[in-house]
Design a protein around this ligand. Structure first.
Ligand SMILES: Cc1cc2nc3c(=O)[nH]c(=O)nc-3n(C[C@H](O)[C@H](O)[C@H](O)COP(=O)(O)OP(=O)(O)OC[C@H]3O[C@@H](n4cnc5c(N)ncnc54)[C@H](O)[C@@H]3O)c2cc1C
Length: 454
């Protein structure tokens, strides 16, 4: 007889993890605190509740990374995807979902599954015995958050994200930007050239401040408190404090010489820092923001060198509990200090319904395989699931780690495929073809035929 798998949280990740493990023959208990303990964003007692928009984003599995994730999940018999497909609403190329039908279906399937028990209780500590998956999401309860912090250290579990926009490296105009760390600091040549710098004249800086002040901003959700700590003030709040504040903060021009025009001192400089080991993504340093997405794109494209920038993700600040996964989790999504505990979903530092469910799918399979003593083959890095796992368990920069959507910047570059804007369609098709082949190979190694959830 195998042990029971305990899953804490019946949201996107926990529901998918429970389904995957139960289908593999494992006895599962889902511990879900609602309705006894509530969050400010959930309004029902259902499992798999969509807390805000009703969209799973693009369903294009050839040209879009989240569409590819849909494809991989469907092939792996995902309950979340089957429920989304069953409750699909017309929305062009996007996968929009009837939220009530969606969560009702998930609740019924899991409630009626012979291998699953649902227990409505809050879990407030990290058990030292048994096999556990914690999928408690961005609104992990306070008591559990405190227990996780006690285990990981206070600096390894954040309660807010502070996301600076992330740009695809190949969309930055290097005839304008140049590589240099401030004061050429660093032991190695790579460290001395670690940042990309975009110079601004006085006029450009003044116009940028005007645009920041005028831009439309997002309000905090009810229940979120706008307690910025000074280390992560939104740039527009810095600009409101004084027109020169940014020039003395993240946009200070000192210690930098424009390699394209060494004689002219820039009035201000926007710096970008490498965001992943692959070097395909850069974040704009200190540019966390509450500007609306449309406004961000318009304002950031006025920065010299970023006129044609493509954004892997835009900035934001939200109530969001998440681990510093690159330092805390191993490649099996286990807590290094307590390997009987896995984490899954948004709390691992992925972002979004689909990404969270995908991490639940993998965690459920990993836990089931471990309990059955059958090692799960390594999730291929070239798949969308593998790219996300690789990112959270080591590929991302641990010091600046912030939640991430799936995007092609997380994928290993392809040899022999044209770069830049022009080659984009071919490049994305090549990424998705490579991913699908890798994913099918991985499913095949597990002897799975990929039949769909009912
Ligand atoms: C306000 C808000 C708006 C969002 N809007 C969107 C959006 O529009 N689109 C999008 O893609 N993503 C959105 N997200 C992110 C979204 O929450 C996640 O993408 C997704 O729901 C995360 O899935 P999850 O399974 O990790 O967490 P959840 O779906 O939140 O599930 C976690 C579950 O754990 C339970 N739980 C928490 N602590 C405990 C405990 N101690 N014991 C037992 N149970 C516990 C919770 O009740 C919850 O049911 C939003 C997040 C927030 C907070």
């Amino acid at each position: 007889m195998t042990q029971t798998l305990h899953i804490v949280g019946g949201g996107m990740a926990g529901s998918e993890a429970a389904w995957q493990a139960a289908q593999a023959g494992i006895q599962v208990v889902i511990h879900e605190m609602r309705p006894k303990v509530k969050t400010f964003a959930h309004h029902t007692e259902k499992l798999g509740e969509m807390v805000c928009s009703n969209s799973f984003r693009s369903d294009d599995d050839e040209q879009n990374a989240v569409g590819l994730l849909h494809w991989e999940m469907r092939a792996a018999d995902s309950l979340v995807m089957a429920s989304a497909d069953r409750n699909r609403l017309p929305a062009g190329g996007a996968l929009a979902v009837d939220r009530e039908g969606f969560s009702e279906h998930i609740t019924q399937i899991l409630r009626n599954h012979p291998n699953i028990l649902i227990s409505n209780e809050e879990i407030t500590d990290l058990p030292s015995e048994g096999q556990w998956i914690f999928a408690t999401g961005p609104l992990t309860s306070d008591a559990l958050g405190a227990a996780i912090r006690a285990e990981t250290g206070t600096d390894r579990l954040a309660f807010f994200d502070a996301i600076a926009p992330i740009v695809y490296a190949d969309s930055i105009d290097m005839s304008v930007a140049w590589e240099q760390s401030r004061y050429d600091k660093g032991e190695t040549e790579a460290e001395r050239r670690a940042y990309l710098n975009c110079p601004m004249t006085r006029d450009q800086y003044e116009a940028f401040i005007d645009a920041l002040l005028a831009a439309e901003k997002t309000e905090f959700h009810e229940g979120e408190t706008a307690t910025y700590f000074d280390g992560c003030l939104p740039i527009e709040v810095m600009a409101e404090r004084g027109r020169e504040t940014l020039r003395h903060g993240p946009m200070k021009p000192i210690g930098l010489t424009n390699a394209h025009d060494p004689e002219t001192k820039p009035y201000a400089v926007v710096q970008l820092r490498r965001d992943n080991a692959l070097g395909t993504l850069y974040n704009i340093v200190g540019f966390q923001t509450k500007m609306k997405y449309g406004a961000q794109t318009a304002v950031f494209k006025t920065i010299p060198g970023l006129e044609n920038a493509s954004f892997a993700r835009l900035g934001g600040i939200h109530r969001n509990t998440f681990l510093n996964s690159p330092t805390l989790l191993d490649a099996q999504m286990r807590l290094r200090s307590r390997p009987n505990i896995r984490f899954a979903g948004q709390v691992t530092g992925v972002e979004g319904y689909v990404e969270s469910a995908a991490m639940g799918l993998i965690a459920g399979r990993m836990a089931a395989a471990e309990l059955q003593g059958l090692p799960l083959p390594t999730v291929p890095q070239d798949s969308a699931h593998g790219a996300l796992i690789h990112h959270i368990s080591g590929g991302a920069e641990a010091k600046t780690f912030q939640p991430m959507n799936v995007n092609f910047g997380l994928f290993r570059p392809l040899d022999g495929v044209r770069g830049g804007r022009r080659g984009r369609r071919d490049r994305y098709k090549a990424y998705t073809d490579r991913a699908k082949a890798a994913w099918q190979g991985w499913l095949g190694q597990q002897g799975l035929d990929g039949h769909a959830a009912e």
